[in-house]
Design a protein around this ligand. Structure first.
Ligand code: GDP
Ligand code: MG
Length: 310
């Protein structure tokens, strides 16, 4: 996060005294809804979401600017146990690094649940010693709402959270109060990013990620996590964006699974990715997908680096 090292903590003369700005890291175990929450808070899909744990592999920033504050939301891969593969370790490192650089930790939880992995994440937060806020997500599943009260009570006993905010990222419930609570606990500071900037990720990244989302959805339980997408070529041709993307699988045997009978599965992925990208980017896209094999890439530090995962 190079921006951080450059900035000064002293409010500049131009900044009003109570302007706040800083990094708010959305942390939690896999699948609690961190990426859904980032997208809901930003009102725009910046991070991909699937029902599968470990969908998010990268740190993704969402920059939310108002008159009085600029919140830099940091979506992170879920901190998880085990996973001896290099990819799992890289994801945990990415999450831990985001946590280390945050001004405020936002622990995202699933309402009424407390698992060993939640405990693990809380221990990390406690070690960091920064202010932490708990966002209790998926409250749309809790009826009646009073059932939340004892859970919130337990949470307050587990850690000195600066605030506990129940939300639903999926249903858009209580997002404004969450945004305001986060802003209240950021340092007094001028804005860290230009007002117009919404994310740190470029179009290429968003295209690759969206393809991976569609792949993950289509493959459901059939394929483990050894899939990566790399944009090999992006060019403006005859008024449309032409993209060649490689889908990397880590075993020869996975290739036919991704391609499907008569190529149907790959076509379906291409179609749904293209439709959403047309909408998201507001322009037409010509997308060609190639399935390629790179034996054991998820275990290879070098392959991870080359795929931008380290
Ligand atoms: P992450 O791994 O923490 O980033 O979680 P995701 O954002 O990828 O979401 C994991 C799953 O939880 C997806 O199937 C989401 O649709 C679902 N989900 C996320 N937020 C909510 C919520 O507020 N309510 C419900 N019912 N489901 C949610
Ligand atoms: Mg995620």
């Amino acid at each position: 996060m190079s921006k951080r090292t450059e900035r000064s903590r002293e409010p500049s003369p131009a900044a009003t005294v109570d302007h706040r700005s800083g990094f708010a890291a959305l942390v939690g175990r896999p699948n609690v809804g961190k990426s859904t929450l980032l997208n809901a808070l930003m009102g725009e899909k910046l991070s991909i979401v699937t029902p599968r744990p470990q969908t998010t592999r990268h740190r993704v920033l969402g920059v939310h600017t108002t008159e009085s504050a600029q919140i830099v939301f940091v979506d992170t891969p879920g901190l998880h146990r085990g996973g001896s593969r290099a990819l799992n370790r890289a994801m945990n490192r990415t999450a831990a690094a985001a946590l280390a650089e945050a001004d405020l930790d936002v622990l995202v939880l699933e309402a009424l649940q407390w698992t060993e992995e939640d405990e693990l994440v809380l221990r990390r937060i406690a070690q960091g010693g920064r202010p932490a806020l708990a966002a209790v997500n998926k409250i749309d599943r809790v009826r009646p709402r009073e059932r939340l009260l004892p859970y919130l009570g337990e949470l307050a006993r587990r850690h000195a959270f600066v605030e506990l905010v129940p939300v639903s990222g999926l249903k858009g419930k209580n997002l404004q109060p969450l945004t305001e609570a986060i802003a209240r606990h950021l340092p007094v500071s001028p804005a860290l990013f230009p007002k117009e900037q919404r994310t740190d990720r470029d179009e290429r990244f968003r295209i690759a990620e969206l393809i991976r989302e569609k792949l993950t959805l289509v493959l459901a339980q059939e394929l483990p996590y050894g899939i990566a997408v790399e944009i090999e070529r992006a060019a403006e041709e005859e008024g449309q964006l032409t993209i060649d993307a490689a889908i990397w699988v880590d075993r020869e045997g996975h290739k036919p699974i991704v391609i499907g009978a008569r190529g149907e599965r790959l076509k379906q992925v291409g179609r749904s990715a293209r439709l959403e990208l047309n909408r998201l980017l507001g322009r037409r896209l010509h997308l060609t997908l190639w399935v390629k094999v790179r034996e054991g890439w998820a275990d290879s530090a070098r392959a991870l680096r080359e795929l931008g995962l380290e």
